[in-house]
Design a protein around this ligand. Structure first.
Ligand code: DHB
Ligand code: FE
Length: 312
């Protein structure tokens, strides 16, 4: 059947009513957005002849996504997080702002309150014995091109099983394992010791994975390390680096890979380097400098205070 009812005046009036546009209470912005999204959904049901069976299958899936707390997981999988980044880039372009270090998605697995130290931190607690030691460091630069001391570098990543502390299904990791906040030193440097993370995959059998499978897609990310970098007078930067050489670097289900965010990984085996870092064996080294952008008319025009960061 190809019955079309979207353009009927009764349907259009119904959309106005159900979106609250015919009453004077509530929130005008919520009404505007609801009206647009419901109109697009009604039209899609009409255009694609979405059956009640298909519709109620989708509702059951939405319930599963909510019950398992996975709305923040499927969001990057459907490209929405990356799309929001592309829009911020476009806004910056209009304002003539050049991001020396590209932004990329936050992902759903940040936890506030990690231990703070100045200059250097060890991120891992040594219990992930499959891990290859990583030394990562760099300088944070301000809008004037000078290094910024006292900048805040928040860093978090997963272990060699692809699990993040606070979200580890095995419960194995201590709170804040592989999560730290490092304040840059007098030279604007941050440095940390950790282990090289492995790739991450969405939980097997999860509603997130079910949808991706139906799309013929996988739910894997290349190994990556997340950062928030902030400093007085500058906009907070949300970004990640990928571990170069990971086979999924250009096949990330969350679409976070960007040019400029895949620094070289240098394998250090010489005694001098090992000794200089107080290590006992070979390690991987990544150097990654960060360039922040200035506030816009005195404010961070991109700050995102509303976002709820779900606990594990
Ligand atoms: C997801 C997980 C991540 O570690 C990440 O950085 C981005 C997205 C996810 O499960 O959707
Ligand atoms: Fe991640």
């Amino acid at each position: 059947m190809t019955a079309k009812i979207f353009d009927r005046s009764e349907t259009q009036e119904f959309l106005q009513v159900l979106s609250g546009l015919t009453n004077d209470k509530g929130n005008p912005r919520v009404k505007e957005i609801t009206h647009r999204l419901m109109s697009d959904l009604f039209k899609a049901i009409d255009d694609l002849n979405i059956t009640p069976d298909e519709y109620w299958t989708a509702i059951a899936w939405v319930n599963e996504i909510g019950a398992s707390g996975q709305a923040g997981l499927i969001s990057p999988g459907l490209g929405l997080d990356h799309y929001l980044d592309e829009r911020l880039d476009a806004i910056d372009e209009e304002l003539g702002i050049q991001n020396g270090t590209p932004r990329t998605i936050e992902g759903p697995l940040y936890v506030a309150g990690a231990p703070v130290s100045t200059g250097f931190a060890r991120l891992d607690d040594g219990t992930d014995t499959d891990g290859h030691t990583l030394i990562m460091h760099g300088k944070v630069y301000g809008a004037d091109g000078k290094t910024l001391s006292g900048a805040t570098v928040e860093v978090w990543h997963c272990d060699t099983r692809g699990f993040y502390s606070h979200f580890d299904p095995t419960g194995k990791q201590a709170p804040f394992n592989m999560r730290r906040t490092i304040i840059t030193d007098d030279e604007g440097c941050y440095k940390f010791q950790s282990i090289v993370p492995k790739g991450y995959g969405v939980p097997p059998g999860s509603p997130t994975e079910q949808l991706l499978s139906a799309l013929g897609r996988h739910g894997q990310r290349p190994a990556h390390i997340h950062f928030f970098i902030s400093a007085d007078g500058h906009r907070k930067l949300t970004t990640q680096i990928n571990i170069a050489g990971d086979p999924l670097v250009n096949d990330d289900f969350a679409y976070a890979t960007r040019d400029g965010l895949v620094p070289d990984v240098i394998e250090r085996t010489d005694a001098d380097s090992i000794q200089a870092n107080n290590l006992n064996g070979p390690f991987a080294e990544i150097v990654f400098d960060v360039h922040l952008t200035p506030l816009v008319n005195g404010v961070d025009n991109q700050v995102n205070l509303q976002r709820k960061r779900a606990a594990a």
